[in-house]
Design a protein. Structure first.
Length: 385
């Protein structure tokens, strides 16, 4: 089970002080947060991708490349890599390069994003969002798995004998999660390829995500990648904690009330009751998130949104200390208890490399055995050939 942080990189005024960080301050804060994730013993830092104010992370690989040089263990990921408006050739090359820089500590979450105007900015039509996601990912997979690619599709110029460079580290492409808030087509895509499915798990009631994840698990099994319980699932979430529950509520309320994403809508109490937002003591957070397994089954990755709505860096770092020291260790034990042995661990570069080497060895053995049978050779002769 992997635990970590994802950020949307919003640039928001602190409602308690009226202070708005500069773009430089916000970017530097995100870099500090990523290093803190490793310091407190968590596993993943993921950044969003946005090309419009009030968000700053328009170049995830630039940010993650810096973090790679400052860390040793954490997986560097994305909360969304825009598969619709980015050229899949550029995605293939950028993330393969990041793989080499980070010694394999890289995966990514593909998504369509939630900002409509971004499509025409990059010459795309939002009405083609789903077809773009499907076609672009089909090409991306080939670019990472085939040395030379011939390609002709609907949304980009053809390729003839194209070689993406650099090649993925150890010939093992980064693991891909497909992120979705509402689209069964994306869950279907993740299941078809045997990739991971990441549910944002922030804005909607649990019943909504339960349907999406259940559908993904069923289709994962349908396509022969394993049983439904072996599907690779990740969840988002968001929390705010203080030792005393009421202190947490009082401190977080002005940030919630004025947040650009959900402010000026339902009350904090209403939103917390209807979504996975949890505000309270560390034990209340543990109790709330330990129940996620009851709703979604055993899963592989839990990320938290912590640095949004104008919260100052000092407060976010305090939150990460509480999360890393008091909450995550308990949740690790909770999720490990009675976890079926058949449920896979979260994919890493090392595990994917080992699986590829095993598959290659098995394929070689099968070819060797078939050749021996064709020539009437016994197993001893074949093994010594």
């Amino acid at each position: 089970m992997q635990f970590g942080i994802f950020t949307v990189g919003d640039l928001t005024t602190d409602p308690t002080t009226g202070q708005t960080p500069t773009e430089n301050e916000r970017i530097k804060a995100m870099l500090t947060i990523a290093q803190k994730v490793e310091e407190v013993g968590m596993d993943v830092f993921a950044t969003g991708e946005h090309h419009n104010p009030p968000f700053v992370p328009s170049s995830p690989t630039t940010m993650l490349g810096y973090i790679a040089a400052k860390t040793e263990k954490i997986i560097l990921s994305t909360a969304t890599t825009l598969i619709t408006t980015n050229d899949p050739v550029k995605i293939a090359e950028d993330y393969a390069m990041l793989q080499h820089v980070a010694d394999g500590r890289v995966d990514l979450t593909l998504g369509r994003g939630n900002t409509g105007p971004v499509y025409p900015w990059f010459g795309k039509d939002i009405r083609q969002g789903i077809p773009l996601a499907l076609e672009n990912y089909a090409l991306l997979r080939r670019l990472w798995r085939e040395e030379f690619v011939d390609w002709q599709g609907e949304f980009r110029t053809p390729l003839q004998g194209f070689q993406s460079t650099p090649r993925p580290l150890d010939d093992v492409p980064p693991f891909v999660w497909h992120g979705s808030i509402r689209s069964p087509e994306i869950a279907e895509q993740a299941a078809y390829y045997g990739d991971g499915f990441f549910a944002n798990n922030i804005f909607w009631p649990k019943e909504h995500y339960m349907k999406l994840i259940s559908y993904y698990r069923q289709r994962f099994e349908h396509y022969g990648h394993g049983t439904a319980e072996q599907a690779i699932v990740g969840l988002g979430g968001q929390v705010f904690m203080r030792k005393n529950s009421q202190d947490a509520i009082n401190e977080f309320r002005p940030y919630f009330d004025n947040a650009p994403v959900y402010g000026h809508g339902p009350s904090l109490e209403e939103f917390s009751a209807q979504t996975p937002l949890a505000v309270g003591s560390p034990q209340e957070i543990i109790d709330r998130y330990a129940k996620m397994r009851d709703y979604y089954g055993d899963y592989q990755r839990q990320l938290f949104l912590m640095d949004h709505a104008g919260l100052p860096l000092k407060v976010v770092l305090e939150q990460l200390d509480i999360l890393g020291e008091e909450v995550v260790p308990v949740l690790r034990k909770e999720f490990a208890t009675n976890r079926p042995a058949s449920v896979p661990e979260a994919p890493t570069h090392a595990s994917l490399k080992a699986a590829a080497e095993k598959a290659s060895a098995e394929e070689f053995a099968q070819v060797k055995s078939a050749r021996g049978a064709a020539f009437g050779l016994g197993s001893t002769t074949t093994a010594g050939a």
